[in-house]
Design a protein around this ligand. Structure first.
Ligand code: FES
Length: 122
């Protein structure tokens, strides 16, 4: 019978110790006004970077419904509205806001270093 337990020699993750992840600068803080969305590139991927009341959120630019460009969508409160069919996505969770919908758009953590907005390379 196969055991599902972790072998004793696997390294354990220590709480509070972040793995080394490379971040890349994608914009400056002053470039994106409050309530605006900008298309940015991190590595090979494109993201919609939104400024909601001074907090930045990054969602994959491709709408999961049919590939619409989310960076061209409108920001309504904390929701990003896809320009093609109007589906709404929470910028903080990436979830579709229609009740009961399980759809989700990938999102990335955003890091602010000085006035540089950075995204991890994934
Ligand atoms: S492609 Fe975004 S809602 Fe249809």
């Amino acid at each position: 019978m196969l055991s599902r337990r972790r072998p004793a020699r696997w390294p354990r993750r220590r709480a509070g110790v972040a793995e080394a992840v490379a971040y890349v600068a994608v914009a400056r803080a002053g470039e994106i006004p409050v309530g605006a969305v900008k298309l940015v590139r991190a590595g090979e991927r494109l993201y919609a970077l939104a400024n909601v009341a001074g907090c930045y959120y990054a969602l994959d630019n491709n709408c999961p419904h049919n590939g619409g460009p989310l960076a061209k969508g409108a920001l309504v409160g904390q929701e990003l509205v896809c320009p093609w069919h109007g589906w709404r996505w929470s910028v903080s969770s990436g979830r579709n806001t229609w009740p009961g919908s399980g759809w989700r758009v990938p999102r990335l953590p955003v890091r602010l270093v000085g006035d540089e907005i950075q995204l991890p390379l994934v």
